[in-house]
Structure formats: C-alpha cells, structure tokens
Ligand binder design. Structure first.
Ligand SMILES: Cc1cc2nc3c(=O)[nH]c(=O)nc-3n(C[C@H](O)[C@H](O)[C@H](O)COP(=O)(O)O)c2cc1C
Length: 242
C-alpha cells in the first residue's frame, strides 16, 4: 500500500512540473515580443542608438568621401574666377556727365563693371570756369603736382585684366584727380585703355602722362570719343584698338 501511495505521489508530482513548464513557455515568450519590459526597452534603445551611430558614421564616411569631390570642384570655381578675370571694368570721372554717358556705353558693350570716381570736394560751376585763371580747375591744372582727393576710391582692380579709364580733357590733359587714382593702384598685368571726352581736343598725351604716373600696366593709346557715340561705334573703336 505504501509503495502504491509513493508511486501515485511521484506520478502527481511529475504531472505538476510538466504543467508548470508548459504554462511558463506559453505565457512569457509572446509577452516579451509584444510588450517589451523595461530592460528589453532599454536594450532596444541601446540597439537603436548603436544603429543610429552606425548610420551617422556611414553618413560621415559618405561626407568624407564627398569632401575630396568638393576639393575637386574648386578648380571649377577657379575657372569661374578666371572667367571673371577676363571681365573689364570702366573707371571714370565726369564733372558734368558727358564722360559718364560714354563710360556707361562702354560698360554695356564690354559687359564689364563700371565705377564712377567722385571728388572728395565736388566741383562747383565756379570751380569749372576755365575763363577764370583763379578758378579751382585753373589752379589745379597749372600745378602738375596737384593731387585732388577722391571721395570713394574703393575700387579693387585685382580681378580685372582690362581697365577702361575715362575722364574729360581739361586744358589738354587729364584732370589731376586721375593722377591721384593711377598713383594709388597697381596696374601690373593689366591692359589700361584711356578714353576721354572734350570740346574738341584729342586725347593728346594725357594717357601717356597717366601711364608714366602709374608706373605699371600695359597702356594702350585709347582715344577721344564723341559724347553721342553709339554702342556700335564703341564696338568699332574697341575692334580697331591697338
Ligand atoms: C576746366 C575745363 C577745362 C577744359 N579744357 C578743355 C580743353 O582743353 N579742350 C577741350 O576740347 N575741352 C576742354 N574742356 C571741355 C571738356 O573737356 C568737355 O566739356 C568734356 O566733355 C566734359 O566732360 P564731363 O561732362 O564728363 O565732365 C574743358 C572743360 C573744363 C571744365
């Protein structure tokens, strides 16, 4: 009887263990996959962080790969700069607007930039009176060393290879303010083309005088242009320049 009891108890125990094991495997495993516990959430966040770091690294390495391409693009910018270098600039002074109109047409024809030099002390009508030997312009033009100040000489000629330099003829020469300008700039490696307007006088030696004062640059003879010259007239002038 005792033996029978022991066998029955043993059988009951075995049944109990089997039931517990089935219950554990069927209830916990799906729960872990559908509702992450805190530790699993943490693990998942860590995994995501690692994946994110890996993606960032991958992106960085892509950027690093792209960096040399950007470096290789620099010559294209350099080419663009070289193209800009070919652009001309028209720098001029005009007391009463005549040279200004011609300068604007030269800039239009060449596609170049334009810059108007302004005197630090504007010229009044009295200053421009050439009948008065005591007018400001008469006094300035009688003094080869006069260097009237420029109000706005912020011109950077570095990126230009051609400079058109315009002015009115005063007493057969360029206004002394043009001397102030050329002495303040380096024209090395640049072609300089002087041009003027006047009541009839030719450009004369004014360009040569400015070239001598500048001390640098390849100065062409340039010329006097009529106040009403057309753009095609300017194009012809440029085409026939030497
Ligand atoms: C002080 C002064 C001197 C001038 N001297 C001459 C000259 O020697 N020969 C000439 O043909 N015109 C002379 N002119 C006329 C100017 O050169 C001419 O009007 C010019 O087109 C003016 O240009 P702007 O309007 O750009 O200042 C003189 C004008 C002034 C104000």
């Amino acid at each position: 009887m005792k033996k029978l009891m022991i066998v029955m108890l043993a059988a009951l125990c075995m049944l109990g263990f089997t039931a517990c094991g089935n219950a554990d495997s069927s209830s916990t495993a799906p729960a872990e996959t559908t509702v992450p516990t805190e530790s699993v959430q943490q693990e998942t966040q860590e995994q995501q962080a690692e994946q994110s770091a890996e993606v960032t690294e991958a992106e960085q390495s892509d950027e690093e790969k792209a960096a040399p391409e950007q470096t290789e693009e620099q010559p294209e910018h350099a080419d663009a700069d070289e193209a800009a270098d070919d652009h001309a600039i028209v720098v001029y002074f005009s007391a009463t607007g005549t040279t200004k109109g011609v300068a604007e047409r030269i800039a239009s024809v060449t596609g170049g930039d334009i810059f108007e030099l302004l005197p630090a002390e504007p010229y009044s009508d009295a200053d421009l009176d050439w009948h008065d030997s005591n007018s400001r312009t008469s006094i300035e033009m009688n003094d080869p060393d006069a260097r009237p100040a420029i109000a706005n000489d912020t011109v950077d000629l570095d990126s230009y290879t051609t400079v058109y330099l315009g002015y009115p003829i005063w007493w057969g020469d360029a206004p002394r303010m043009m001397s102030t300008f050329v002495e303040a700039h380096d024209f090395d490696g640049k072609t300089v083309i002087p041009f003027c307007t006047s009541g009839g006088s030719p450009i004369g030696r004014s360009g040569e005088n400015l070239a001598s004062q500048a001390g640098s640059g390849n100065w062409l003879s340039g010329g006097r242009l009529d106040a009403g010259i057309s753009e095609s007239g300017i194009q012809d002038w440029i085409n026939n320049m030497n």
